[in-house]
Ligand binder design. Structure first.
Ligand SMILES: NC(=O)c1ccc[n+]([C@@H]2O[C@H](COP(=O)([O-])OP(=O)(O)OC[C@H]3O[C@@H](n4cnc5c(N)ncnc54)[C@H](O)[C@@H]3O)[C@@H](O)[C@H]2O)c1
Length: 426
């Protein structure tokens, strides 16, 4: 029997639609074909149209024309945060199955409306909580499920954002300001909140949170610093200078042809030093980190109580050198620890020796969120061909993690008061 080719359209050809998913989809020629695409940016439409072999007549620069009719089996919605619900509603009306980028929305009313429409239209929606698909998180679930640590009592979870990533995305970049993006605890950590509810196996009951923008603000700008790094006397000495982050940083990692974050500040492909210099001389990523229009936090802590009695803490921290998640699970018979930076999962039974798994021995593909970007697409094929019945990252479960983030932000803004999740469910 001939193998089914799932046809795919992509709206939003940026870091996610173009780089993370599009470039992997075209390597899976026996499973997927990208047939149509839409982006309002003509440079990107051309760049990815050529890269993915999409014909001129199937490239759209206008959302309204793109949504006139259903064009493929699946639609990837990979535009910025604020456009997801509008586009998902149009897609559901046309009968698409959808891969939907997170965060879905920070408006609880919109979330409830989308959930109701999805139920009415009975389409498949896979939300891009890519970490759930990683081999490391699945290994952790397997260990927890095996009962190896006894009864799970609490979890301590740290998301190490990394100093330069904070500057890139949350000071200079697309998620820097609440007017243009969701709160940082949602933009960065709805993955973590989603993982926590999945590990705990229960909905969250209430949260409290504190956090602040501690550093990236004008009061910390040296008086004689310039607004743009290339014109600044501290261009070489400042930890956050755009030249240090993007140009020296690119050299330090071996001048990669097409790697985050360098490939997101310029559309030049492959990346060159000239293109990076041009981007920091003219574009938003060359601004002084103390002279941007950013207002989102650089540190936040959330305390959670789940309906089944388990408690958890989540710390989102900008000021760290190495990225990845550190998670500790505390059980009645032992501890379980993920140290993503070191690449290990350790089971510490109270009686008996420790067991250590090396993450790079569990899988040979750790690219893009520890391999999650690719594994999600692999599972999409299983879903679309009926081999796997249920999406691991369903809309309704994902929406719960968004309510947790909304409650955390409300709590933070109100000095750490306890906020019940039930009120967001409507
Ligand atoms: N799953 C994850 O782990 C993960 C990681 C990073 C980002 N994200 C999320 O993915 C989404 C996309 O992020 P990104 O980094 O790719 O953003 P991006 O800005 O690089 O790309 C978005 C693209 O959408 C295009 N666009 C804007 N308005 C449009 C319209 N009306 N019609 C068609 N195209 C339009 C833009 O021109 C741009 O090319 C965001 O919501 C982000 O929060 C998810």
């Amino acid at each position: 029997m001939e193998k089914k080719i799932v046809t795919v359209s992509i709206i939003g050809l940026g870091g996610r639609g173009g780089e993370a998913y599009g470039r992997y989809l075209i390597t899976q020629k026996d499973k997927f074909k990208i047939t149509h695409m839409c982006d309002i940016n003509p440079v990107r439409l051309h760049k990815y149209g050529e890269a993915f072999g999409v014909s001129q007549e199937n490239r759209f620069d206008d959302e309204d024309k793109f949504f006139e009719k259903k064009l493929s089996d699946v639609l990837f919605i990979t535009t910025q945060d604020r456009l997801h619900v509008r586009m998902a509603k149009k897609a559901l009306e046309l009968g698409y199955d959808i891969v939907l980028e997170k965060p879905i929305s920070d408006d609880p009313q919109e979330l409830r409306e989308l959930s109701a429409l999805a139920k009415e239209k009975q389409r498949k929606i896979m939300v891009c909580h890519v970490l759930r698909y990683t081999v490391m998180m699945r290994k952790i679930k397997e260990i927890l499920k095996s009962g190896a640590i006894g009864k799970l009592v609490s979890i301590d979870h740290t998301e190490n954002v990394v100093y330069w990533h904070e500057a890139h995305s949350y000071v200079r970049g697309n998620w820097r300001n609440r007017k243009m993006a969701t709160p940082m605890i949602m933009a960065k950590c709805c993955h973590d909140l989603d993982l926590l509810q999945d590990f705990v196996g229960s909905r969250c009951k209430a949260v409290a949170s504190m956090g602040s923008l501690a550093f990236f603000k004008s009061e910390f700008k040296p008086q004689d610093a310039a607004d743009r790094c290339v014109n600044c006397k501290y261009v070489d000495s400042c930890t956050y200078s755009a030249k240090n982050v993007y140009v020296r940083g690119w050299h330090n990692v071996g001048k990669p042809l097409n790697t985050f974050p360098f490939n997101l500040i310029t559309d030049a492909y492959p990346t060159t030093e000239e293109a990076l210099m041009e981007a920091i001389t003219e574009g938003p990523y060359g601004r002084c980190v103390f002279a941007c229009d950013n207002d989102v936090v650089d540190n936040q802590t959330v305390i959670m109580q789940f309906e089944n009695g388990i408690t958890a803490t989540l710390k989102m921290e900008a000021f760290v050198k190495q990225g990845g998640r550190d998670i500790r699970f505390f059980g009645t018979e032992g501890e379980l620890e993920l140290n993503e930076g070191q690449g290990t999962i350790t089971l510490k039974k109270y009686l008996g020796a420790d067991t250590v798994w090396k993450i790079n021995e569990l899988t040979d593909d750790l690219e893009g969120h520890g391999g999650g970007d690719h594994r999600m697409i692999d599972e999409l094929y299983e879903i679309m061909t009926g081999k796997t019945p249920e999406v691991a990252t369903s809309l309704d479960e994902s929406i719960e993690s968004h309510y947790m983030a909304l409650a955390a932000e409300e709590s933070r803004l109100e000095g750490g008061k306890l906020v019940e999740i039930a009120k967001f469910r409507g």
